[in-house]
Ligand binder design. Structure first.
Ligand SMILES: [Zn+2]
Length: 376
């Protein structure tokens, strides 16, 4: 498996809109079969990197092998359905005029958690285990997930990005571990989210001039219903800043399979009972999004935030690739690249994610093949 495939994005609410509008396009590889059932369909996206950014001290990877149905996607224990023949690479692909003139592609995976065409699967019924297993099985070791929670803490603005740093699990009855048998999974959860990937997100958001907060405690509720006013008061009383329904168990499952995972949230609305000072709570409006909890102004701010995702994930994929090239070459950035400093992001910050199971390995309870950790 090429190192270029190690990054994946799990799209949250409205990822399906970006897919159906063509704002996110790629080669549709299809669902991947896993011991937990099929994953959501996986797409292969690509981002262009001008060759000059990879020259000098950087190692230029050989061109990507064609990800053929025969080799790429059928390797390993489970397979992916072949992509429909009509769907071709587009979107993040280099334009024909630029191809062959010092541009190459960095590829990464994308899946839409709630479905491809709309909100087809609500949060409690997402097959989180299949999605995470499938990405791991395809060689992914870094996941950026996105989610559009409501704000409990009124200091956030609707449409603002939040690189959340902690989490409270209020879900119940979800399949929240790969290790149903065998006693594995007693893993520390601090930091909850990958600190190096979080740091990279912060740099990218800063670089793109976007309004964001680098802190936030995400309360994950069971759903699909929204929360009651008293529940929001309770979450606020114990330090919750945002309320959503999707990061659990995803984040914990990624940790069990030693993958880096960080979440980029955008604030969708103010949670029930949270009002800006001097503003009356929005009335119940039948037929509207969240029955009126989301105002017209909120919808505009949210659409604006969501429209930034293609550029954000593209830049993160690019930066991750540049860093991995840096490591391969064991070199420092050449002068021409100093405008996008590579320091201080993913690899210069200690990240515990990819050794979370080390204790079990040392005890001889698990081997290197992660598939065998899972008894099913
Ligand atoms: Zn990590």
């Amino acid at each position: 498996m090429s190192g270029l495939y190690k990054f994946a994005v799990i799209g949250g609410s409205q990822a399906y809109d970006l897919l159906s509008r063509g704002a996110i396009q790629g080669k549709r590889l299809g669902e991947r079969k896993t011991p937990f059932g099929p994953s959501q369909p996986i797409y292969l996206l690509a981002v262009d990197i001008p060759k000059e950014e990879t020259e000098g001290a950087y190692k230029i990877p050989s061109p990507l092998p064609a990800l053929s149905e025969a080799e790429g996607m059928r390797e390993g224990r489970v397979g992916v359905n072949p992509p429909p023949p009509t769907q071709k690479m587009a979107g993040f692909q280099p334009t024909p005029s630029r191809q062959g003139r010092g541009i190459f592609k960095v590829e990464f995976f994308f899946l839409s958690r709630h479905g491809e065409r709309g909100y087809e699967v609500s949060a409690p019924f997402v097959n989180y285990r299949a999605n995470i297993y499938a990405l791991k099985d395809m060689g992914v070791n870094k996941i950026l997930a996105w989610s559009g929670p409501g704000a409990i803490n009124p200091r956030y603005k609707v449409g603002q990005f939040v690189v959340v740093d902690d989490l409270i699990d209020e879900t119940w009855n979800r399949e929240s571990t790969f290790f149903e048998k065998g006693g594995l999974g007693f893993i520390r959860q601090n930091p909850v989210f990958c600190p190096s990937l979080r740091n990279l997100m912060v740099e990218v958001l800063k670089g793109q001039g976007l309004n964001f907060s680098d802190k936030g405690v995400y309360v994950c509720t069971q759903g699909p219903r929204l929360e009651t006013p008293a529940e929001i008061k309770k979450f606020a009383s114990y330090g919750g800043d945002l309320v959503g329904m999707t990061l659990v168990p995803e984040v914990f499952l990624a940790r069990e399979l030693e993958m880096c995972y960080a979440a980029l949230c955008y604030v969708s609305n103010y949670a029930e009972g949270v009002v800006k000072s001097g503003v009356a709570p929005p009335p119940f409006k039948a037929g509207e999004l969240f029955e009126g909890l989301s105002s017209q102004e909120d919808k505009v701010a949210v659409a604006q935030a969501v429209s930034q995702f293609p550029a954000i994930i593209q830049e993160i994929a690019r930066r991750l690739h540049m860093e991995s090239s840096d490591i391969v070459a064991g070199a420092v950035a050449p002068p021409g690249i100093s405008k996008t400093p590579l320091t201080q992001s993913t690899d210069s910050i200690k990240c515990p994610c990819q050794s979370s199971m080390e204790r079990y390995r040392r005890e001889g309870r698990i081997g290197e093949d992660w598939r065998k950790w899972i008894k099913r």
